[in-house]
Structure formats: structure tokens, C-alpha cells
Ligand binder design. Structure first.
Ligand SMILES: C=C(O[C@H]1C=CC=C(C(=O)O)[C@@H]1O)C(=O)O
Length: 461
């Protein structure tokens, strides 16, 4: 007998209901099916109709997209957030009924989320909708791997549920989400831009260089905020569209939490694990792009040979190698960095590859990696303490790990930079830079100005 897709979904839901009757616990059921091609941004925009939080993740270089809608389960953690998140995730995986015949990275049961840069820093009102660590198993999810598209439904069933009712709701929402006729909303214009205490920030850079000259601290990353007012409420789908169009070689992301949305296009990969192969990348050391090919090459050359940038970069390489070594068997790191070009900037770049030991979780490694010296400093604790005391803002989720993990232990996390928190018709944008002993506050200030550009441009600056 050939089982139709509908009958298959109903029989899996039925299995869930039977299990919940036996165990007396609500049961999470995850069902993945392959679907026709759909534009991920249209899916994201259509999801507005369900009036639930949306999550967007894209690795532009790989034509990989993941869009989550709603929440079927939330993993929140405060103390020991990496360990606690890992433990809860293991439990969810163990108990869930997962039907995923495709077993591709990012299909089936997936948790998407992020965390605050430093839970030790006093929280301000700006980030009140974002907790210290929050991972969501969405109710509906689109995964796109090149030309292959998958739709996952995660549903909680209890013993009194009727299979037909559940299947009908899933079917109705599927139709809503896959409606292709959605029109993209219009762009915003920035009508006011307020840099938060730039002179005081430059003074902080001076304080950091003093600290570096008079202590064992070698590097401190300092960031600052720009607050913008828009002519109308920002439409996240449009912001994402423009980031995707302009920021190649980046992860384009959005995490909606109620009325707020944390959005950005970061080039900084923290870690990827795919079938036990690990890839981490060191990205630190920055120069602008040139206006001509000659100027661009000259700037790249200068960056490659610049002692200050090379030492900023080497701190990150050394620390990543050290952090992953207890969890990996074969670690490979090239001797020299290469240049990683972005639209407005170029960075020094070193990939680190390794094989992960069995049963190591992504969260174990992220705990060791975060914050890398690209966002914290060297040594870690001392630089974090300086940031806590001197930095003029609450970083919230800026500079912290964001990403996803699936039921097969695949996953990918980036460092949330080149980003902003959009709040209706206003937004706070964030950018930072590595301060070492001979840093010049004016030059660092200019560097952060360039790092604000991707977000300023898409918001209509
Ligand atoms: C802290 C940021 O960038 C980091 C990542 C790459 C290069 C950096 C640098 O050269 O200073 C920073 O360490 C930011 O963009 O907000």
C-alpha cells in the first residue's frame, strides 16, 4: 500500500498521542517533508500572518537558509547557561518523536537562538526582551539547502488531541506560510542619528591603552552605540532582503522577540560542526576597501603586513586552537592569515579545522570559545572586567554567539556583530574594535564608523 503524505503525517501524530497517553506527558512531535521551491524571504514575510516571533538565519556563501516561526518549545538558561542549555536540549531530543527522512544539516528537530554577551553586566531597558540565553524550537521551519527545500512542523500533542484537528491546523498554516503572492514592504529612511557619547568613548580607548601599558592585559575590544530614528516602522523582511543583497560572505540573521528584533549580517563564524567536522574561523584585524583595484590591493597588502593588526589576529588564532583542543582530534591551522573581503571592509582571516571527538556537544565548545579575543580581549577575564566597568553600553546579544543546532549534533554559530536592535521606528546599532597598546582613539573611532555602515545603509542612512 502506498501511504500518502497526509496519511503519513496523521500516523506520526497518532504515534505521539499514543505515547502521551502511555507516559502522561505532553509529547513533542517533529515532522519534516520536502516541498517545492519557495523564496525564504517570502516565507518570512508570510509568517507575519501567524503573529508569532520569527527567526531568520542564512549563510549567504552556501545558499543555506533557515526560517523559524513561532515557538513549540523554549530552552532558557541563566546560571551555567551553556551546560544548562545543553542538558535541556539533550532531554528534548531524547523524548521527541522525530520524523526526518532527509537527515540534512538543519532539517528535523532544530533549536535556534542566542545569548547575551556578558550576563555579568547590568542589564539595561534596551535589551529587556532578550534573556541571557534563549533557544527556540519553532512551530514551523523552512530549511533551504541550495535547490532543496524542507518544511518542518514541531507540535506538542496531549492525550486529548484529535489527529484530524492537529493535521488541519498544520495544513492551514502550511498554506498561509507558502503563499507566494506576498509583496515586499518598502524601505525606511533614517531621519535622525545620535552617536552615543563619541568623545567619552575615545577617552575609554585611551583608558584601555593605559591599562594595556601598565598591566598584563594585551587587548581589549571596545564597542559603542548609535541610535537612529526612522521615518516609519522598519520592516524586517526588507532589511533582510537588503542585507542579503549587499553583505556577501556573511551570516544574515534576525531574532524577533515581541516588538523588538535583533538583526545583522556578521562575517564572523564562531563554529560549525557538520558530521563531526569542525570549522572555526578567526576574523580580526581590519582595513577599509579601496576605491580602485590598485588601492584595494595596496590596503590589503598593508593590512597583511601591519604588526598591530597581525598581533590582534594572532591572539584569536592562538585562543581558538587552545579552546578546541580538548574536544578535537586533528586540528589544522594555516601558518598565515589570508584576506577576507567584505563590501565596506577587509579582515585578516584564518580558518581552523578539526575532527570532533564523539559525544562532544556544540555548547561544550562554545563555552570555551566565547568570547574570543575578537570580541573580548586578552586575557579573557581581565579584558571582560574592563569592558564591564568602562564600556558605555549594555551589549545585550551583540557580540555573543547566535545560531542553531539540530538533532544530529550538526550546527553553526556566528558572533553577532555588524548588527542592531530594531524597535519599531527606531534602532540601536553596535560596532566595536580591538584596542592594543598603540591604538589611536581617532583611528579606532573611524574603524567603528565603517563597521556601522552595513546596518546604517539598509535602514536608509
Ligand atoms: C567588534 C567588531 O569586530 C571584531 C571582528 C572583526 C574585526 C575586529 C577588529 O579588527 O577590530 C573586531 O575584533 C565589530 O564589528 O563590532
Amino acid at each position: 500500500m502506498i501511504e500518502t503524505k497526509e496519511k503519513l503525517i496523521e500516523s506520526i501524530l497518532n504515534k505521539g498521542i499514543q505515547k502521551t497517553t502511555r507516559t502522561n506527558h505532553i509529547q513533542l512531535v517533529s515532522i519534516t517533508k520536502k516541498i517545492d521551491a519557495i523564496d525564504p524571504l517570502h516565507f518570512f514575510e508570510a509568517a507575519k500572518q501567524l503573529k508569532e516571533d520569527r527567526t531568520f538565519w542564512s549563510s549567504t556563501a552556501e545558499d543555506f537558509f533557515m526560517i523559524g516561526v513561532g515557538t513549540s518549545y523554549k530552552i532558557e538558561a541563566t546560571d551555567n547557561r551553556f551546560g544548562e542549555t545543553d542538558e535541556q536540549w539533550r532531554r528534548v531530543k531524547q523524548q521527541a518523536i522525530v520524523y526526518d527522512p532527509y537527515q540534512q544539516p538543519g532539517t528535523g528537530l532544530v533549536a535556534m537562538g542566542g545569548m547575551a554577551f556578558d550576563p555579568g553586566k547590568d542589564r539595561t531597558e534596551l535589551w529587556e526582551n532578550f534573556s541571557d540565553s534563549e533557544f527556540t524550537i519553532p512551530s514551523y521551519m523552512l530549511t533551504k539547502h541550495g535547490n532543496n527545500h524542507y518544511f518542518t512542523t514541531n507540535v506538542h500533542v496531549s492525550k486529548n488531541d484529535q489527529v484530524e484537528d492537529l493535521a488541519n491546523t498544520i495544513d492551514e498554516n502550511f498554506t498561509t506560510l507558502l503563499k507566494q503572492s506576498v509583496t515586499m514592504p518598502v524601505n525606511t529612511v533614517i531621519i535622525d542619528k545620535n552617536e552615543i557619547e563619541p568623545e567619552k568613548w575615545k577617552q575609554t580607548v585611551d583608558d584601555a591603552t593605559d591599562k594595556i601599558k601598565t598591566s598584563n592585559v594585551e587587548k581589549i575590544v571596545l564597542s559603542r552605540e548609535v541610535r537612529v530614528k526612522l521615518n516609519q516602522k522598519a520592516e524586517i523582511a526588507t532589511v533582510l532582503h537588503d542585507l542579503l543583497a549587499t553583505q556577501t560572505n556573511s551570516y544574515v540573521f534576525a531574532f524577533e522577540h515581541g516588538e523588538d528584533c535583533f538583526v545583522g549580517a556578521t562575517p564572523e563564524r564562531l563554529i560549525r560542526i557538520e558530521n563531526e567536522h569542525l570549522l572555526s574561523t578567526c576574523l580580526a584585524g581590519t582595513a577599509p576597501r579601496g576605491k580602485t583595484v590598485e588601492e584595494d590591493n595596496a590596503l590589503a597588502n598593508q593590512l597583511f603586513n601591519d604588526k598591530k593588526n597581525r598581533s590582534e589576529h594572532d591572539f584569536v588564532v592562538k585562543m581558538i586552537r587552545k579552546s578546541i583542543s580538548p574536544y578535537c582530534t586533528t586540528i589544522e591551522v594555516p601558518n598565515e592569515p589570508t584576506i577576507y573581503p567584505l563590501k565596506n571592509l577587509q579582515h585578516l582571516f584564518t580558518p581552523v579545522t578539526a575532527k570532533v571527538k564523539p559525544d562532544v556537544s556544540l555548547f561544550d565548545i562554545i563555552k570555551q570559545l566565547h568570547p574570543t579575543p575578537a570580541l573580548g580581549g586578552v586575557p579573557r577575564q581581565e579584558s571582560l572586567q574592563f569592558i564591564r566597568e568602562y564600556e558605555l553600553m549594555d551589549r545585550g546579544w551583540y557580540g555573543a554567539p547566535i545560531g542553531w543546532v539540530d538533532h544530529n549534533n550538526n550546527g553553526e554559530f556566528a558572533v553577532a556583530i555588524r548588527s542592531g536592535l530594531i524597535q519599531g521606528d527606531a534602532a540601536s546599532l553596535f560596532a566595536g574594535c580591538g584596542v592594543v597598546k598603540d591604538s589611536d582613539p581617532e583611528a579606532e573611532y573611524e574603524e567603528t564608523n565603517i563597521k556601522f555602515l552595513p546596518m546604517l545603509t539598509v535602514l536608509g542612512g
